[in-house]
Each structure stands twice: as structure tokens, then as C-alpha cells.
Design a protein around this ligand. Sequence first.
Ligand code: MRU
Length: 347
Amino acid sequence: MKVNNQHYRTIYFDNGKVRTINQNALPFEFKWFISNSYKETCKAIQTMIVRGAGAIGAAAGYAMAQAACEAPADNYYHFLEMARYNIENTRPTARNLFFSTEKVFNEALKGKLYAIAEAERLADENSEEGRLIGEYGNNLIKDRMNIETHCNAGWLAFVDYGSALAPIYNAWDKDKKIFVYVDETRPRLQGGRLTAWELFNQGIPHAILPDNAGASLMAQGKIDMIIVGADRIAANGDVANKIGTLEKAITANYYNIPFYVAAPCSTIDFNTKTGKDIIIEQRDADEVKSLNGIDQKGNLHTVTVNNPLSDCINPAFDITPAKLITSIITNKGIVDPNENSIISLFQ
Ligand code: MRU
């Protein structure tokens, strides 16, 4: 997608280095993070310099390729195994991370050039999947629709295009006059910071909503549809996505508003039978207690916003049961959220 009219991918591999847009600096500063080793790439995933299921998947694939480049000849296999373990322990919920490490690890067994080629192939595939999700998802969007989205499942969360935002970009390119309500998405504000920044850059009309305003807008008939992304989809169609998604789905169901999940097939995990089996990442309480932002002079500060002496809980994701989901928009078409329909995507 474009920033100041120049096309970028969120992440790419460059001579052993991983270059990724530093998402922690957005929307205040557009800058790149350069990782020189697989361990630095692990750190970038953990600290959310790179985040979002698809981008994490690409980063994990590149980290595995970096490990293949770093591994000493006399300890190659053991080094790769340790690296895979470390990469897979950065963040537990997004399926794409494990999808990529497995594929690049298997190629790395043949040699580092195979590992690099596979990581590059996966990144290209990730981008193409987003494009296709956009094509399919656009068919659900009518002219003048008002669409709500949660968190950031745009191009920053993938290599390009995105998942939940891909149909929105596609509809906008086809001259549909749409409006997007962007959930702010506490505690890290991926909606207010990243989705809003993406939409602003594409010139798409939108407004940031406090997380607790959605129900009120739905009650007033101001939301025509909701599209969210997914971090992992269980075999039965249950979906793990950013914390707060479940509340939107329950409310949409109450008001009969279609609730769509957009994700590539690489987010589907047949080894996970239902949402109950999905590991939910618990993040640091500080993410709830404090916020960073800029002052009027553009200087960045971190401030405490809640009672510093209270405990906080910070689950990063929740599970939306399949029965609350209207359809799943994938790169292979739109399906009902049940096991048979999901299996049909792979036949
Ligand atoms: O914790 P994050 O920001 O990595 O969360 C992942 C997400 O971006 C969302 O849950 C998103 O809606 C699905 S991933 C494209």
C-alpha cells in the first residue's frame, strides 16, 4: 500500500537483514526497524515493532531464514531447532507464526538458500492472499455502507493489503462511497493509531470510535456491517481475535448486523478443534496502566493513566464463537463458519 504516494510492503528481507515498518512509532513517525539477527527479529515480534497475524508470520519466516544463515556448519540442526523454539515462544496466539516457522524450518534442513527462498515465497503468498480477500470481500460491501472494524487488520498487519481492511480498500478502489468506524482498541490502540493512519493515507472517510461506543451506534442503525481479522481460526469456526472482538460480535448479533471475519487460509488451524483450545496471550499490566503519545511540540512521553497501585489484567485476544459469525472471508472464497465449509477450502 502507499504512504505519501510511494508503495511499501510492511516487511522484507534484505541481505540477511529484516526490514520492517516500526509499528510502535506510528502514527507519529514513519520509520523502519532493521534486524540484524534472528534474535533481534524475535525481540521485534515480542515488543510489537512488527505485529498483526500476517506480518508476524512473515517476520517469523524471515527469522527462521536468518537463523539458517547464522547457524554454524558443525551445529546446524541443533541451532535451527533452538531458533525455532525461540521464535515460536515470542507470541503464542497467531497461527501464522507457527505456519511459517514450520515451513521455513523444513526447507532450512536442505540449506540456507532454501530457507531464504521459502521465507520470500511465504511473504509473497501473504501479500497475494490479502489481495484475494479484498476481491472476495468487496462483493459483500454495497455503496454507501458504514463499516465498523476492530484493531488493525490492515496492510500493516500483513505484508500488504491486509485482511479486514482489504475488502474496504477494494470497495474504495471501485468507487464505492463507504465510511469506516474504527474502534480505538485499548489497551494498545491499534485501531486509533494504525487503522486510522492507514485509512487516512488512502483517503478513506473514517472516524475513530472509543471502544465502548459501538453498541450505541449499532442501536442507532449507524453500522451496516462489521469486518474484523483473525489471529487463529479453530476447525469448528471459532475465532481468536483482538480483545474486544467478542463484545462487538455479541452486540452485532443482538442488532442483526452482519459480522464478518476476514483471514487467509493460513490462519486456519485444524489441530485446534474449538476456540477453547486456543492459547490466549497475557501481556504486561503496564500496557493497561500507561500510554505513550506526543505533546504539542512532537515530543514523545509515556504517562500513567490508571491507578498505579491497582492490579491490571491484560488478555490480548478473545474467542468469538462460530455461531456469532455471519461468514469468513478468505483468499479462496467466502464460507460459513463451520467445519465442513472450512474443510471445503482445502479440497
Ligand atoms: O496483538 P496484535 O496487534 O498483534 O493483534 C493481532 C491483530 O492485529 C488483531 O487481532 C487483528 O485483528 C487480526 S491479525 C490481522
